[in-house]
Ligand binder design. Sequence first.
Ligand code: SF4
Ligand code: SF4
Length: 190
Amino acid sequence: MSDMHGHAPVTAKNGNGAPSGEMTFKERIYLVEIVKGLAITMGHLIRNILDPARFKTISYPEQQRPLPQRFRSKHRLNKWESGHTKCTACMCCATACPAACITIVAGEMDEPLVKNDNGVNKVIEKYPLIYDIDLLKCVYCGFCVEACPCDAIKMDTGKFPHAAYNREDFYWQNRFENGLPVVEKTAVDN
Ligand code: SF4
Ligand code: SF4
């Protein structure tokens, strides 16, 4: 039968001579394809055993791949050499945070601290009594680091696994007294 233009119908054939979309008898019984697939798998297995450098997988977490230099990992609060936190509880990071996962409670120093920062003397009167981040809400965007005018928060610990049994353990908690750290608690910091 021809179509409306008088052309004879054309039936597409696959590589095995069967009309395309239809499987040949050899394909329908699958055996040949299974044997071909197993041969490829065994070939890779034997080559990998003879040359382990070919392995694409690693034994995580015992082995870890090197992280890129700018990888954003878990946070840390930067300190002065004296041990005082560099954070001045200015709230810039909490304001910039899109996940609203930073909690800061500001406190006042008993005596203002004077710190020399690259040749500039800074008088520090405020510090965070509380500096917490809910790591379950954090999206690791790094906006807090970008927003900080004091270079006080970093995301360069190289730690990133998240595993804990309780939600509270994902809460990174820092407590300070007069600018000095007294508590740092998080169970996922491994
Ligand atoms: S990395 Fe992003 S989401 Fe996480 S605390 Fe910083 S600003 Fe908030
Ligand atoms: S970490 Fe930086 S931006 Fe955040 S409150 Fe402290 S000084 Fe301000």
